[in-house]
Design a protein around this ligand. Structure first.
Ligand SMILES: Nc1nc2c([nH]c(=O)n2[C@H]2C[C@H](O)[C@@H](COP(=O)(O)OP(=O)(O)OP(=O)(O)O)O2)c(=O)[nH]1
Length: 129
């Protein structure tokens, strides 16, 4: 089981960032929350800040941890650990690895083609709003 952290980044209007995986990644074309694998011995919040710097070139503030989701894709099983985040002061995210970035309102979530492990996360998010 691989530990993967992801960021539910909220803006001041309550919208949330979603990213589309690009052609050269696994799960190409699927939408996800930005993040990535936690390295051995790494603090999950540090891992998330590192991944967001790599993927979006900006700083985030990492807040509360949300319920994790364990999902077996067949070739790989992951434990996906979400955190509620905000962009850092003056941060301007630029997708370095993803094909696209969108800011979603509540009603937008069901219409995207999500990575399977992410579906319980946004359902929980919408349910809790
Ligand atoms: N970053 C991220 N990964 C996710 C999410 N949902 C989900 O199923 N995953 C999967 C995709 C990958 O199998 C794994 C995270 O790997 P990664 O983001 O470091 O991707 P990667 O391209 O470096 O890895 P790989 O799958 O190509 O080996 O978790 C999510 O919301 N965010």
């Amino acid at each position: 089981m691989i530990n993967v952290v992801c960021a539910v980044i909220q803006d001041d209007d309550g919208r949330v960032m979603a990213c589309q995986r690009s052609e050269h990644q696994s799960h190409a074309g699927k939408w996800e929350f930005p993040g990535g694998k936690v390295e051995t011995g790494e603090d999950p919040r540090d891992a998330l800040r590192r991944e967001i710097r790599e993927e979006l070139g900006c700083e985030i503030e990492v807040g509360d941890r949300l319920p994790e989701v364990k999902h077996d894709y067949g070739d790989v099983a992951i434990c996906l650990i979400p955190f509620v985040c905000r962009l850092g002061e003056g941060a301007e995210p630029v997708p370095h690895e993803h094909a696209a970035v969108r800011w979603l309102e509540e009603g937008d979530f069901p219409s995207l083609d999500w990575a399977e492990a992410d579906i319980p996360i946004w359902r929980h998010w919408i349910g809790g709003q």
